[in-house]
Write a protein of this length. Structure first.
Length: 148
């Protein structure tokens, strides 16, 4: 018979001769294992911190502003020259430069967007739809439908 220092049988009942009975002294932690649960002596490590980076649309908007500044400084003659030197099509440069036509508060909101663990909060295609809305009032209305 299994007894502790006081001569009493420990919690859990049964004896060592009783199959299927386990006496555990200490702590156990439940862990997911497949579709069920398993027990371990150590707790699971905490999940890793989420990886945050600027959203791709924020990077594209910042690139468009930088490209416009380079054209204004004379580093490129025009958008077509920038496209040739950067290895992009003129259509792609136009798409990027159109992002600078967004209402200022929308641009600010876009620049603060973050991708968390690789999940983009907004696609560039959705943002181009906001630009296509026209004036800033219509853009604001379209923006609120996208972000909510």
């Amino acid at each position: 018979m299994n007894t502790d220092a006081s001569g009493q049988e420990p919690d859990g009942g049964g004896s060592q001769d009783d199959p299927g009975t386990h006496v555990v002294i200490g702590r156990l932690f439940r862990r997911r294992k497949g579709h069920g649960w398993a027990f371990a002596e150590e707790p699971e490590p905490p999940p890793p911190e989420p990886v945050r980076r600027p959203a791709r649309v924020a990077q594209m908007l910042a690139f468009a502003h930088g490209l416009q500044a380079a054209i204004d400084r004379g580093e490129y003659r025009d958008q077509a020259d920038a496209a040739r030197q950067l290895g992009l099509t003129r259509a792609r440069i136009t798409q990027l430069m159109n992002l600078t036509l967004l209402a200022p508060e929308i641009q600010e909101a876009v620049l603060f967007l973050e991708a968390v663990d690789g999940r983009e909060p907004l696609s560039e295609r959705d943002l181009r739809g906001v630009v296509a809305a026209g004036d800033w009032g219509a853009q604001r209305a379209r923006w609120t439908t996208i972000v909510t």
